[in-house]
Design a protein around this ligand. Structure first.
Ligand code: CA
Length: 464
């Protein structure tokens, strides 16, 4: 732990650092008074087209639609990588997972039960950064950044943890080589092989109780649902109720859960001091057919470098600060949340590492356009595409779950993903200068990656 505490010492009170570094400091972001609470609700494998406010014709998401009408809905919001473990590392650290060895590798798409690997101790999570300002921090739900004790949430900045250490399909019900699926409370296994149809209800109760317990202090709640990742289970109140089969039932139960969280904030009268972000860790798992979601108008899904894998629904809600009913077309990324949230709490950005995210507070608060960040699309350790502005250059067709052979594109294919979000029309010949610019951006991004040990390893099937 020593190494981490040394790393954390870079978070000094802003006033001290600002004596000599005025241009690098930003104080105007926090409101006077108490630091804001932050809640991130992270769905698992929810596609761009799976909410009614994103055009789902048959899934009715009453509460998320209301959240969007009271807040801000993003149309071009990107994950760090289009698969579970790497995407979660990106969200919590503001860094592309390739920088911490948390990217997928051949034979290991994610972390598996018992893998000796996880989020390196040197990484700084949002929870760890906020602990320096005495936030109360909680994770309810799916972790998936390492299930060995040193990698678990309580050693990564979370005071409280309740949930599964990885995906809901990593139990004996889906693979007899896996150990029984554990439910943790802090460092202890409460039970194994839980009734998955009750998981969303239990997570909701845990999230509501965490908020109630901490209503008088600044808190950070990371509510990482296991839904709608397969296998799909809904409670009796939702099973068979949607027009989209069991997948729709599960999404509608998740929607209900979000409604309960927002309702709790309002009832406690802390809604005006709480930023809530809802989004998903990656696009739909298309190989699951009807049990997977929909990317709506986008191509591809989970594990692919196409828009459907990387672009996800995202809603920000903060009554009194975020104006209601806004739709934002800026490129925004999950890696932007780390710098945005820690700056809101007056924690300085670490200077000893690359932070891929940028502060989106100006977008949240006044609908100002900021510089759109570059989107990097990695499949495993290969950079497949980059997006800058409206343009996306695809250098490599390579999908984790794809059945087609990998194809290198030299020169790259070029798409205008604003006019052609389905990536149907290669316009590289019409815009050779844009191709050259994106080739330079691709090289620049690659050059910034330093090789570090891989944390993801193939599953040892003999290990029980
Ligand atoms: Ca996922």
């Amino acid at each position: 732990m020593l190494k981490k505490y040394i790393t954390m010492s870079i978070f000094r009170p802003a006033a001290i650092l600002c004596l000599g570094l005025l241009p690098f400091c930003s104080f105007s972001q926090s409101k006077p008074g108490r630091a804001p609470n932050v809640i991130i609700i992270f769905a698992d494998d929810l596609g761009y087209g799976d909410l009614s406010c994103y055009g789902s014709p048959t899934i009715h998401t009453t509460y998320l639609d209301k959240m969007a009408s009271e807040g801000m809905r993003f149309t071009q919001f990107y994950v760090g990588t289009s698969i579970c473990t790497p995407s979660r590392a990106a969200l919590l650290t503001g860094r592309l997972p390739i920088r911490s060895g948390m990217n997928s590798v051949d034979g290991a798409n994610v972390l598996y039960p018992g893998t000796d690997g996880g989020l390196p101790e040197s990484e700084i999570t949002i929870a760890e950064a906020l602990k320096t300002k005495s936030y109360q921090t909680g994770l309810i739900g799916k972790w998936h950044l390492g299930d060995q004790p040193k990698y678990m949430p309580n050693n990564n900045g979370f005071d409280y943890y309740f949930g599964l250490p990885y995906s809901n399909d990593m139990g004996r019900a889906t693979n007899k080589n896996y150990p029984p699926l554990p439910v943790y409370r802090n460092g202890k296994v409460l039970e194994t092989d839980p009734d998955l149809s009750l998981l969303t209800q239990r997570y909701t109760e845990e999230a509501v109780n965490f908020i109630k317990r901490n209503k008088d202090k600044p808190f950070f709640l990371y509510y990482a649902s296991n839904s709608p990742h397969t296998p799909l289970f809904a409670s009796a109140a939702f099973k068979g109720k949607s027009k989209r089969g069991i997948y729709g039932d599960v999404v509608e139960e998740l929607d209900w859960s979000v409604g309960k969280v927002l309702e709790t904030l309002k009832a406690l009268k802390i809604d005006q001091n709480t930023l809530v972000i809802f989004t998903s860790d990656n696009g739909p798992w298309l190989i699951k057919d009807e049990n997977g979601g929909s990317a709506g108008p986008l191509s591809g899904g989970k594990g692919s470098p196409y828009e459907g894998g990387y672009r996800v629904p995202a809603i920000a809600w903060w009554p009194g600060t975020i104006k209601p009913g806004q739709v934002v077309y800026n490129v925004v990324r999950t890696v932007d949340l780390f710098p945005t949230i820690i700056k809101m709490a007056n924690v300085n950005l670490p200077k000893d590492r690359v932070i891929d995210g940028a502060d989106i507070y100006p977008i949240l608060t006044s609908y100002q356009s900021t510089n759109n960040g570059v989107v990097c699309y990695f499949t495993r350790d290969k950079l497949c595409a980059v997006r800058k502005g409206q343009w996306k250059a695809l250098f490599r067709s390579d999908e984790v779950y794809g059945k087609k052979p990998v194809v290198e594109h030299n020169p790259p294919l070029l798409y205008n993903v604003e006019t052609d979000p389905a990536e149907k029309y290669d316009v590289s010949k019409q815009f050779p200068n844009i191709v050259e610019e994106l080739k330079r951006e691709y090289s620049k991004q690659l050059a910034s990656v330093v090789s570090v040990p891989a944390q993801l390893k193939p599953y040892n099937k003999g290990k029980e």
